[in-house]
Design a protein around this ligand. Structure first.
Ligand code: R5P
Length: 232
């Protein structure tokens, strides 16, 4: 089974938690894309759900597939949010934002009663940080914000490259909210809660990719099948 097959199996497992009439949040990324595809099949079969997208990319896919969409303003409380992750650590702590959608993803996840993470098993890690942590920052004063993050990291015993994300067209990557992303190569984040609190206190930081206490369960697919991990 390829990694892509595993992602689809994880998405299929999460779909079992979707019920008629639900208000759903749709994630972003290659795994979430499978979920949206499979959801569309169920919708064509008669399932009634109303969805909110966490990115322009997912919005376009869901629209194309005929899924009923609304905005988070029109439907501010959701039953379920399903999304992928870049890393799944202890207690279902997550790193997200590899696709640059972390800000909207976190807003949508926070509006949902439950969040189910879908992933292939390569995303499971004993400690977060091997995947560079995406931090969304406003373009104004980006260098000052970067220095503030470096100082915070130093106080917490973290170090590593901190790179402004580039886009495939050679330009700088711009998020759906018009911001930039700093990818922070910390390699080991031993105390994610402390880092998250410090980042939130820096004025130029819009949001960071540490999702702590948000995921209720994870459907993790491996060659032996899909394992459901509940947050302890
Ligand atoms: O910004 C993107 C999201 O946080 C994705 O959910 C995350 O990067 C995982 O993406 P994928 O399913 O493509 O590995």
């Amino acid at each position: 089974m390829s990694t892509d097959d595993l992602k689809r199996e994880a998405a299929r497992a999460a779909l079992r938690h979707v019920e008629d009439g639900m208000r759903l949040g749709l994630g972003t990324g290659s795994t979430a894309e499978h979920f949206v595809d499979l959801l569309a099949e169920r919708v064509r079969g008669g399932l009634k759900v109303t969805c909110v997208s966490s990115s322009e990319r997912t919005q376009a896919q869901a629209e194309r597939l005929g899924i009923s969409l609304t905005t988070l303003d029109a439907m501010p409380e959701l039953d379920l949010y399903v999304d992928g992750a870049d890393e799944i650590g202890p207690g279902l702590s997550l790193i997200k934002g590899g696709g640059g959608a972390l800000l909207r993803e976190k807003i949508v996840a926070s509006a949902a009663r439950r969040m189910i993470v879908i992933a292939d098993e390569s995303k499971l890690v004993p400690v977060l940080g091997a995947f560079p942590l995406p931090i969304e920052v406003v373009p104004f004063g980006l260098e000052a914000t970067r220095i503030a993050i470096v100082r915070l990291a130093g106080r917490l015993g973290l170090s590593g490259l901190m790179l402004v994300r580039g886009a495939t067209n050679g330009h700088v990557f711009v998020t759906d909210g018009g911001h930039r992303i700093l990818d922070c190569h910390f390699s080991h984040i031993d105390n994610p809660a402390e880092l998250a609190a410090g980042l939130t206190a820096i004025p130029g930081v819009v949001e960071h990719g540490l999702f702590l206490g948000l995921a209720s369960a994870a459907c993790v697919a491996g060659p032996g099948g899909v394992r459901v991990i509940d947050r302890a």
